[in-house]
Design a binder for this molecule. Structure first.
Ligand code: 13P
Length: 255
């Protein structure tokens, strides 16, 4: 099955509102003709609405980097609901990023709740999974990722799988300059697809887009995109600069 690639930029906790707008508009002018893939950026919360407004009419989609696990609104100081992200102009939301799991103790159970909230709000969640270096060294990478997928999707039904995206981001490859080899990434992506297939059926599994994340750069993106089960990238550091990120968007020119 042909799956349309997604090239997503996770800006993490970088950029002021003004800097976010500048980068977003620069990216817009560099990628207006990128019809071969979906382009997505995830600015900080405070910049979402302004960036979304300034990008109106462009094909760049906006994602939140996280959302609340609770209600659409309520007494949850400091939280932002999926509905509020949609209201600010988001179409997607990143859920369960390893930095959330590591630094904010997000569990698979919490990730499962957030996925439901995102879907209820009409957002497309990007479910992130990935093992740490210690887990890989201990031979547990497959088991960890399998349980992240199964537990994270435990409240979902097969039709829900048509409205989510997955991302494999090995923790040891994030921000380290040490990307996974395409072979390792491919074998983990194939595992994720087979786990989804077993639980939700082959149609759901075959259409599911699985992004690779971890030190993606213009000079290695093509090697990942050549793999059968890699359907795009979730890019951190290299997405902060519009020129660099647009080279990743046009991955087929980077061979
Ligand atoms: P880097 O591309 O900076 O390694 O970050 C990857 C990432 O965490 C994207 O969500």
């Amino acid at each position: 099955m042909k799956r349309k690639p997604i090239i997503a930029g996770n800006w993490k906790m970088f950029k002021t509102v003004a800097q976010s707008v500048t980068t977003a508009l620069d990216l817009k002018s560099r990628t207006y003709n990128a019809n071969h893939c979906e382009v997505l950026i995830a600015p900080v919360f405070t910049a979402l609405k302004t960036v979304a407004d300034r990008l109106e009419g462009s094909q760049i989609r906006i994602a939140g980097q996280n959302c609340a696990a609770e209600a659409a609104e309520g007494a949850f100081t400091g939280e932002i609901s999926a509905e509020m992200l949609a209201d600010a102009g988001c179409t997607h939301v990143i859920i369960g990023h390893s930095e959330r799991r590591q630094y904010y103790n997000e569990t698979n159970a919490l990730v499962a709740k957030k996925l439901v909230r995102a879907l209820t709000a009409g957002l497309i969640p990007i479910l992130c999974v990935g093992e740490t270096l210690a887990e890989r060294d201990a031979g547990q990478a497959e088991a960890v990722v399998t349980s992240q997928v199964l537990e994270g999707t435990r409240s979902l039904t097969a039709p829900d799988l048509f409205r989510i995206v997955a991302a494999y981001e090995p923790v040891w490859a994030i921000g380290t300059g040490r990307a996974a080899t395409p072979e390792i990434a491919q074998s983990m992506h194939r595992l994720i697809r087979s786990v989804v297939q077993e639980k939700f059926g082959s149609e759901a599994a075959q259409q599911l887009r699985i992004l690779y994340g971890g030190s993606v750069k213009p000079d290695n993106i093509a090697s990942f995109m050549n793999e059968a089960d890699i359907d795009g990238a979730l890019v951190g550091g290299a997405s902060l600069d519009a020129e660099t990120f647009s080279k990743i968007v046009f991955f087929h020119n980077q061979n």
